[in-house]
Design a binder for this molecule. Structure first.
Ligand code: 3PG
Length: 218
């Protein structure tokens, strides 16, 4: 799956909630400059679909929709240019629709039963949500024993401090999170903070991959 491969290359998928479509362009700019040209825009606000439309216009950005809870939402996101879909849970109707449309979808799972439902639908790359409240890496380790064919994108409660333990596990193909694009910064239109924290995230990913000690650049 090409999108999953791209997520794996990037290491982290920014999860962003926008309140106003005017935030889309500066957000995209900050993510590009910071070195993570990708975002999951959550469909939690009225600004989401138009924001996806504006961000998708930038060819260097890989933009998808998050919090996809219905086929109707998925259709709107796809029409606006979303190239992937993410949902907090596994809705078989939405997954089947996405598969029929050939749009990659990463539904959230949190248990063995949900993993088996996803495998039954033909999916192997899954969001693991909410990662930290569920128990984090020990649960991923336990679930990867019976399901070595499954790869996870843990999301929920991940930050620069715990990123390494997730990215170091072979069953993890990427992590999702909002720490580099906090709603508070977006509300204040503090896009330089987003650029900075995105840069810190890329630096951390590179350090994890090269086995270097992670140095705090903030
Ligand atoms: C979410 O759905 O809000 C995402 O999982 C992001 O989680 P985070 O804000 O804990 O990174």
């Amino acid at each position: 799956m090409i999108i999953a491969k791209r997520f794996e290359e990037l290491g982290v998928v920014p999860v962003v909630t926008l309140q106003n479509p005017s935030e889309a362009e500066p957000l995209g700019e900050a993510l590009i400059e910071g070195g993570l040209p990708c975002a999951e825009i959550t469909l939690r606000t009225d600004a989401a679909v138009e924001s996806i439309r504006r961000l998708s216009a930038r060819r260097e950005l890989l933009i998808g929709a998050g919090t996809v809870l219905s086929i109707e939402q998925a259709e709107k996101a796809q029409a606006a240019g979303a190239r992937f879909l993410v949902s907090p849970g596994l809705n078989p109707r939405v997954v089947k629709w996405a598969l029929a449309q050939h749009i990659p979808i990463f539904p959230g799972v949190s248990s063995a039963t949900e993993i088996e439902q996803a495998l039954d639908l033909g999916l192997t790359h899954l969001k693991f949500f909410p990662a930290e409240p569920l128990g984090g890496i020990p649960l991923i380790k336990a679930l990867s024993q019976p399901y070595p064919m499954v790869r996870f994108m843990p999301t929920g409660g991940i930050n620069l401090e715990n990123l390494e333990q997730y990215l170091s596990h072979s069953s993890v193909f990427a992590c999702g999170g909002s720490w580099m694009a906090k709603s508070d910064w977006i509300r204040k239109r503090d896009f330089s903070e987003i650029r900075k924290e995105t840069g810190n995230t890329v630096h951390t990913i590179n350090s994890i991959r090269s086995g270097d000690e992670v140095k705090d650049r903030r």
